[in-house]
Design a protein around this ligand. Structure first.
Ligand code: NAP
Length: 360
């Protein structure tokens, strides 16, 4: 595989820092540009991040002295240095939408963590194990943007990254009709640590702005199909969600209830989960977990602290599968929100796009 030069937009933030650590020794991608707001532009990465560094490993030495660009003002300079960019800027939706389109129109593919373009019908929102075929809308998007190479591809919200993978193979076999998910979300999902979010200690906050809507709607796009150059959402599934912020550093847990057209047997579900793999595994993408869904028989697992790092934080852990008196089944699942749920998921998506030739 060719080596690609990449930029990180929003490099100083929580997700940006994750990108930096994940890309430090990446076999296909080399970081050649870092960008953030005008507050950070012109400063070295080390200086601009300062005490905000929240990763367990040190800042990559190859990046610490790199001088940050202004993500908006310096696009032309960045364009000369990169083959594509990852985007994780925390900005108002309209601004991030416009910024990502500006990059795409400069012929720089954008792989984004942001929600701004998730609803755009010709922007693919991809979990590589689930809907890799949605890449085909990129041709229509390029035609709309008037680009040869530039496009935007996004990953889905971190909240649903645990339960959609677990429901997906069951949906195919049993016909999912309804799901209810209560999520217990880590503070890094808000870009926070215990130092910067002391109000979460000994507490639960029963509201995360916009999260329940995303948790209910985005799965329907992931399960949609491509028709005339746009993605048409799934209409046969109804999802309802409640999202809580809990005192956990990393790892979003979900308690899930599901109903199907055809009632599944518990042991059959475990077999389906054990055997489930997708294009990420078949193409042997460097960041793909070997086993996507890990099932725990112990009734006190998965636990965020013990299980979030499985397969480099790229796998999903599932447990407590049992029949339910109102729905057909219920279970608990967990995924690492800044790895699989954010930067890691975006790196995996970029690997899929590179493997399919979209970065050339
Ligand atoms: N944290 C998660 O688990 C997670 C998961 C999925 C998606 N996301 C999404 O990813 C994005 C980033 O999240 P985060 O948690 O990393 O946020 P964050 O820690 O607040 O970082 C924000 C980043 O955006 C940059 N930024 C802010 N205003 C900007 C501007 N006007 N122009 C260019 N860059 C600007 C900041 O640069 P300065 O340092 O210069 O201010 C910083 O690099 C958000 O949209 C978030 O919703 C986060």
């Amino acid at each position: 595989m060719k080596n690609y030069k990449v930029g990180i937009i929003g490099a100083t933030g929580m997700v940006g820092q994750r990108f930096a650590t994940l890309l430090e020794n990446h076999p296909w991608f080399t970081v050649t540009a870092l960008a953030a707001s005008s507050r950070s532009a012109g400063r070295t990465y080390k200086d601009a991040v300062g005490s905000r560094w929240a990763m367990k490993t040190p800042m990559p030495a190859s990046m610490s002295e790199m001088v940050l660009f202004d993500a908006t003002e310096d696009i032309d300079k960045i364009a000369e240095l990169v083959d594509f960019v990852f985007c994780a800027g925390n900005m108002p939706k309209a601004e991030i939408k416009a910024l990502e389109e500006m990059y795409a129109k400069k012929e720089i593919p954008v792989v984004s963590n942001n929600s701004a373009h998730r609803g755009t019908p010709d922007v693919p929102m991809i979990v590589p194990e689930i809907n890799a075929d949605h890449v085909e809308v990129i041709d229509a998007q390029r035609a709309r943007l008037g680009t040869k190479k530039g496009f935007i591809a996004v990953k889905s919200n971190c909240s649903l990254q645990s339960y959609v993978p677990a429901l997906h193979p069951l949906k195919e076999v049993y016909g999912l009709t309804e799901a209810l998910a209560c999520t217990y979300q880590a503070i890094s999902g808000a870009g926070k640590t215990f130092e910067t979010m002391p109000e979460i200690v000994d507490n639960i906050i029963p509201f995360i702005g916009g999260e329940e809507e995303k948790s209910e709607q985005e799965p329907l796009k992931l399960w949609g199909h491509v028709e005339n150059g746009v993605i048409v959402n799934e209409t046969g599934v109804s999802i309802t969600a409640q999202c809580f912020r809990v005192p956990v550093s990393d790892g979003h847990t979900a308690a899930v209830f599901a109903r199907f057209e055809k009632k599944p047997e518990i042991e059959d579900i475990k077999k389906i989960w054990a055997e489930f793999k997708g294009p990420a595994q078949e193409l042997e993408l460097p960041s793909a977990p070997k086993q996507f869904l890990h099932y725990f028989e112990e009734d006190n697992r998965p636990q965020a602290k013990l299980d979030r790092e499985i397969e480099g934080g790229m796998a999903v852990s599932v447990g407590r599968l049992r029949p339910d008196s109102q729905y057909d089944i219920k279970f608990v699942c967990l995924s690492h929100n800044t790895l699989r749920g954010a930067a890691g998921g975006a790196v995996l998506l970029a690997e899929l796009l590179a493997a399919k030739g979209y970065m050339d």
